[in-house]
Design a protein around this ligand. Structure first.
Ligand SMILES: [Zn+2]
Ligand SMILES: [Zn+2]
Length: 443
């Protein structure tokens, strides 16, 4: 099989299918896509509302909750405790598969009536304690407005992409950090203020592309340096004196911020911010091998077209999570030891799953919502292995005939409006015609 150029059926632009892509699709037993990676990203992103939160009431215990589902949307929403409990039975919402009706119409009907979890909280990673205002997060304690984060964060706020961190405010993408304020891409560091692309640093202020530094102020591209001030070495006492004249003063800090912005422009930048990688293309990729067209990926191998993924092997088109999973394709928040999951949203600890929503500890499910411990399930109804296979083949046949098998769940089934999701953060939608506002359910 050679590299091939195809035209995207959505944006009409050409895109390249590489040799590795073909072998992956063969392994997953899915047809080769006729939609380009960017359009495929958008289709998944409209299913990921990370930070638009609402106040509403749990449909089961009636307490006041924070939820990612707009109270004006048609969904029944339970607090996370009620949703994971045995106080209700997702199988009781089962629909009999009707081969004469389109599969996605039946899935939509099921999704509208099956209760939703207030927020996405990774069940495999662990509960969030005293951290109600978080989403796409798990295993955090005393955190506020953190997203796509966890586990093991404590006392963190206003951040995205944190792992194993404490006392962190205003950080985008950080792991194993403490006492950090206002940073982007900060790793294994402590007491860093205004840092970007920083690793193994302690007591640093205004630092860019620095690693292994201590007591540095206003520095760029330094390695293993101490007591540097705007890239000049100083005696310890002199450094302490200058920093003490600035710290604590808002006015002087703002002056330094402007000075540093100007100063840092003089230095060459690295072409990307990836570290310890082999054969990787993209940015912010760490300790990974054979990663293509991906961003924010750590400890990954053989990954393509993915964003914010960790510990994944042999996966493509994923947003978020993964963690010890392999053979995932076209998913949002799928992971936690999962295998062979296609076109699904929030699936954990499961195998052989297709077109499912919020499904965990299950195997062989297609078109399910909120199922746990399910085997051979279609539209929340249990079948024998043989019946299941027959219905699944029927559904795949329908989707293949429509040339939509392996495309992500249709956008019109998404519980979220375009501008509630990360699609709006990454690919801004400018709606000119009022009729289009309705189409994208702009709020
Ligand atoms: Zn396209
Ligand atoms: Zn409740």
């Amino acid at each position: 099989m050679n590299e091939e150029i195809r035209q995207c059926k959505k944006c009409q632009r050409d895109f390249i299918l590489e040799v590795d892509d073909f072998s992956f699709y063969k392994k997953m037993d899915v047809p080769v896509p006729n939609i380009c990676p960017d359009c495929r990203f958008k289709m998944r992103a409209v299913w990921r509302n990370e930070h638009t939160l609402y106040n509403r009431t749990c449909g089961l215990c009636n307490r006041s909750i924070i939820s990612m589902y707009n109270p004006k949307s048609p969904y029944i929403v339970y607090c996370n405790e009620c949703w994971i409990s045995d106080k209700w039975d997702p199988f009781s919402y089962a629909i009999d598969y009707d081969p004469s009706k389109p599969f996605f119409e039946q899935l939509k009907e099921l999704m509208i009536k099956t209760p939703k979890s207030a927020t996405y909280t990774s069940i495999a990673v662990g509960p969030n304690i005293n951290s109600e205002y978080t989403n796409f997060a798990g295993g955090n304690r005393d955190c506020y407005l953190i997203f796509n984060s966890g586990p093991d964060n404590e006392n963190c706020a206003y951040s995205r992409g944190l792992i194993k961190s404490s006392d962190v405010f205003d950080v985008y993408y950080g792991d194993e950090i403490e006492n950090v304020y206002a940073g982007v891409d900060v790793h294994k560091s402590s007491r860093v203020v205004y840092g970007q692309n920083v690793s193994d640093c302690v007591d640093c202020f205004f630092v860019l592309n620095c690693s292994g530094c201590q007591n540095c102020f206003g520095c760029v591209n330094l390695r293993h340096k101490s007591y540097y001030f705007f890239n000049e070495p100083l005696k310890r006492e002199e450094w302490l004196k200058r920093v003490s004249e600035i710290s604590g003063s808002f006015k002087k800090t703002e002056e330094m911020r402007n000075k540093f912005a100007e100063f840092s422009m003089k230095f060459p930048n690295r072409s990307n911010n990836s570290l310890k990688v082999t054969n990787c293309e993209g940015d912010y990729i760490f300790e990974s091998k054979n990663v293509k067209d991906s961003f924010e990926a750590s400890f990954c191998e053989d990954i393509r077209h993915s964003f914010s993924v960790k510990r994944a092997k042999d996966c493509a088109d994923m947003i978020g999570h993964c963690r010890n999973s392999e053979l995932l394709y076209n998913g949002v928040g799928v992971g936690a030891g999962s295998r062979k999951v296609i076109c699904s949203w929030w699936v954990e600890s499961s195998q052989d799953i297709e077109y499912c929503y919020a499904t965990r500890q299950s195997n062989d499910c297609i078109g399910c919502d909120a199922i746990k411990n399910g085997s051979f399930v279609v539209l929340n109804k249990k079948y024998s292995k043989e019946e299941y296979q027959k219905i699944k083949n029927n559904i795949i046949k329908e989707l293949k005939e429509k040339s939509i098998y392996r495309d992500f769940l249709p956008g019109k089934l998404s519980p979220f409006s375009y501008n509630e999701t990360i699609a709006q953060d990454n690919i801004k939608l400018k709606v000119k015609k009022p009729s289009n506002r309705k189409k994208f359910r702009i709020i």
